[in-house]
Design a protein. Sequence first.
Length: 359
Amino acid sequence: WYQRRVREAVVSTQSTGRVPGGTGETSCVTCGDGSISAEGASECTPCEKGEEPNSEKTACVKCGVGKYQPDTGKQTCLPCEVGKIAAATGRESCDICELGQEANSARTECVDCVEGTSQGSDQGGTCQDCLAGTYSKAKSSACTKCDHGEYQESVKSNSCNQCPKGKYSNEESATECSVCDEGHVARELGTVQCEACQLGEKSNEGLTDCDKCVAGQYQDETGQSTCKTCASGHVTRAGGMAKCEACQPGEKSNVELTDCVQCSPGEYQDQIGWENCKPCQVNWYTDKAGQKACSKCPDNTYATEGSPKCTDCPPDAIREKMNGQDELLIEKCESDLGAAAPLKPTIINTARSATPGWN
């Protein structure tokens, strides 16, 4: 703009920051952007690089800290760009902050990136938060991926966490750990791969360890979460068994399927792998435990079902004396008594024969 003044002459009486407008003119013209003039000047002078005119345009002053000017004759200094600083005045350019650093808000100094952030541009930039699954220490140029067996669910973290027991991670940059499959366990922190439970074992509730199958149970496969119960007549006497053992002839399994016990007298078992013993049939017996077969009662004796011994038949009046007994018992005694009865003795004289026999 132009401000006219009435003057006798345009020389030393002209104000600073202005120059004559032309030959014979009595008005002064304000210096253009980026230039200055002293009092009495006939022309404007552009400011140098790293400078800007003061507000009166009477002098050039150095760019303040945090600013720069790469050209001559510019009206204002420029603020340093992101990731760059000017620590001194009068700068023609800004310095780039190192990797792992960023410029402060005044652009006067570079500061290290805090933990959980990073800056990796060689042209300068701002520190960026690490994503979930990564972490960083102070002054990092890049965020580090969580390793196998680790995880990080939060952003801007300075470390990764180990997977807890019962969980695993088999990939980098995990934001969470996976639960082991049933029958597989992670016994330690930071597990990369879960371990299958072995034969005779099952995984515990927390998938942190394998437990042995208890007596009476077994497991014949790997990687299982439960144990199998032995079939009747089969047992496991100790824990951690991969298969059950069949009870032998003369034995039966106990209720808990933890042992085989002998058949009691009066019972037998002629096969393997049975939960019960069989009672000896009528007129058969066993007088010892653990028998594979029953013995037949001798003549003139009988036995009820499941009897551990034989009983003598009555010598006479069998039906009357064995009233209420099983017919098979009566018939045996009658048959045995009839087969064993001697012929009536021959009478020679009136004296009783000395030959023994039934009266």
